[in-house]
Design a protein around this ligand. Structure first.
Ligand code: ADP
Ligand code: MG
Length: 596
């Protein structure tokens, strides 16, 4: 299932997370409860100090004495000590529980968001991915989501603790002296107002920081993929400068954000200074005047500390929040990208493999038409070839058969059904595709061949490999099918990779085989071998074969000649040669002028 795009959008990132991950609300509340318990226990020592001072100074009519009904001051202090020990134990235990719960929650949310974001990204159209650097998408799914960790781990608990602090300390003050409470709380509105101003200033700055990460990630992954070219053209110094420029843009975005963010802390400190000084001075005078007990005064001074200093964290939390928010916004935007090419509903019990293109006009993004009203009919079970110069639109045509893209106009039909009405299993599930640039996954050769049919037996894998003339490649490798091939199959030559990819397509026993220059990189001899086995393998199947080398397609039932996105000729090899048109000219060139 595609993750549902929630009604709450990127403009309310935290709410969106809250709505999206409802399942974690229970754990969130538990973590919150532990945090609350921890904060309550945390405030107790200050109260105990006050009570102890009270005991020593006031003796028999001390607060503790009244409360516990104990007369001896020694016993009163013992009681205080016992309470103190219990409080410390509760404090430590609840701190541990809160940390484990909050951090676990942060990891779970990150994990879910990461998997959802990846899943959505893999469903997004091929065209969407082709329009932006791979590294930029990677940055969102990986880096942006990892940014959440600090915010959820540190930021959210800190916000809660600060809020709890204000409430609990406020309660103590309210009981003791409301005048002092007003003084102590004086800085808070100023801090909140400051936070709002800073938040507005920081938002665009951190959005730019995240863009910087995406640019950097895009540039780095592109360069690492093109390392051989960089080396061959000794472009290292130039690429170093280019990456340095992108990295510098990122640094500058960060520095701008840090400058703004760091200015907030001194502001908070000044506000705190006012509140603390007022409590210290006016509270002290009140004690001298005899309107405030000494024990209570010391509690209140400690409490002011306890209330106000954590507020300096507000600045850090705000910073974490803005960083986290900028990242969540990007992840949510990705999740809100709409898939244009969505599967239909219709399931076909059996796919015959008849393919038809009716007046297909197609192109990429906002670019010009690449295919102009292409009509093409491939009856089930036949092998048809598509030939034409580079850039004439052959690969584009195949992309439409697999429905990587939808045509701008016209229809693509499989067994008479518009491919837009078919579900992916019926459409792509019935096809075996070898792309023009073969991709092998990091894994063994056996795993790569079995990619479209993971339950295949080794015997079936070997049979498919044999049909693709890949068996000699495999048997020549030290570990055979278990040989590890890296990402992009770097341990194999181009022709070897093509044969593995062909075996992968054949193993699927597809109704329709779609080959895009699948043998362009193999030598003539191997190609002839592949041709022979393909003739067996394609028996009873439809095959759409794009080939540059015309000898490959000589025996096709029909050959379609594309020129600049139009079908200019169609027929069997003999018919086309006899016709003396574009195909005949190509054939003459490729056979070195030999007539046939
Ligand atoms: P062929 O396979 O016959 O060599 P293609 O179908 O790959 O030709 O390309 C046909 C035209 O479409 C070319 O002009 C090419 O530049 C353009 N094209 C191909 N793929 C893309 C793409 N992903 N995005 C934009 N334009 C593309
Ligand atoms: Mg092509």
């Amino acid at each position: 299932m595609t993750p549902t795009v929630e009604a709450v959008g990127p403009d309310q990132p935290l709410r969106a997370l809250w709505v999206r991950y409802r399942a974690y609300r229970g754990r969130f509340v538990a973590a919150l409860a532990m945090s609350t318990l921890n904060k309550v226990a945390d405030i107790m020592p200050e109260l105990l100090i006050g009570a102890a001072v009270d005991v020593v100074v006031r003796g028999d009519d001390s607060f503790v004495g009244d409360l516990l009904g104990v007369e001896s001051r020694y016993t009163q202090l013992v009681w205080l000590a016992v309470i103190n020990v219990v409080v410390w134990i509760v404090e430590s235990a609840s701190e541990y529980a809160a940390a484990v719960l909050f951090r676990g929650l942060a990891q779970s949310v990150q994990h879910d968001l990461r998997v959802d974001a990846y899943d959505h990204a893999q469903r997004l159209d091929l065209g969407w991915h082709e329009r932006r650097p791979q590294g930029a998408t990677l940055a969102v799914v990986n880096d942006d989501i990892n940014q959440l960790e600090r915010f959820l781990d540190v930021g959210v608990p800190a916000i809660l603790q600060t809020a709890l602090n204000v409430v609990l300390v406020g309660a103590v003050f309210a009981i003791a002296s409301w005048q002092l409470m007003v003084l102590a709380f004086l800085p808070i509105p100023a801090i909140i107002a400051g936070a709002l101003v800073f938040q507005r200033r920081l938002e665009p700055l951190y959005a730019r920081v995240r863009e910087g990460v995406a640019d950097l990630s895009g540039a780095l992954s592109a360069n690492l993929a093109g390392l051989a070219t960089i080396k061959a053209f000794t472009a290292e110094p130039r690429e170093r400068r280019r990456i340095a420029a992108v990295s510098n843009a990122y640094r500058e975005a960060n520095v701008a954000a840090i400058r703004s963010s760091a200015a907030f802390v001194p502001l908070v400190r000044m506000a705190i200074l006012v509140g603390f000084t007022a409590t210290l001075l006016l509270g002290g005078w009140a004690v001298l005047d005899g309107t405030l007990a000494v024990g209570l005064y010391s509690v209140l001074v400690f409490m002011t500390q306890r209330l106000l200093w954590p507020l300096t964290d507000v600045a850090e939390v705000l910073d974490l929040y803005q960083r986290g928010r900028a990242s969540v916004v990007r992840v949510l935007r990705l999740l809100q990208e709409e898939v244009q090419v969505t599967p239909g509903e219709r399931e076909l019990a059996e796919v015959g493999g008849a393919i038809e293109l009716r007046g297909v006009r197609a192109g990429y993004a906002d670019g010009p038409d690449v295919l102009h009203a292409v009509d093409l009919v491939i009856p089930a079970g036949e092998t048809h070839a598509i030939v034409g110069a580079t850039g004439s639109g052959k690969s584009t045509l195949l992309r439409h058969v697999l429905r990587f893209d939808d045509p701008r106009h016209g229809q693509v039909l499989l067994d008479g059904h518009d491919v837009r009405d078919l579900d992916w299993d019926s459409l792509r599930g019935s096809m075996g595709y070898v792309a023009q640039d073969v991709y092998l996954f990091a894994g063994t050769i056996g795993e790569n061949i079995a990619y479209g049919r993971p339950d295949a037996t080794p015997a079936q894998i070997r049979a498919a490999a044999e049909a693709a003339a890949a068996l000699d490649v495999i048997d020549a490798l030290p570990e055979g099918l278990d040989t590890w091939v890296g990402e992009r199959g770097v341990t194999l030559s181009g022709g070897q990779r093509q044969r593995i990819a062909l075996a992968r397509a054949l193993l699927r026993e597809p109704s329709v085989l779609v080959l895009d220059e699948a043998t362009s990189a193999v030598d003539n001899e191997t190609e002839a071998a592949i041709q022979r086995s393909l003739r067996t393998a394609t028996r009873g199947r439809t095959a759409v074969v794009v080939a540059h080398r015309l000898s490959t397609v000589r025996h096709a039932h029909r050959i379609w000649v594309l020129d600049a996105g139009r079908v200019v000729e169609a027929g069997t090899h003999d018919e086309l040669v006899e016709r003396g048109g574009a195909y005949a000219a190509l054939w003459t060139v490729q056979t070195g002028g030999a007539a046939l």
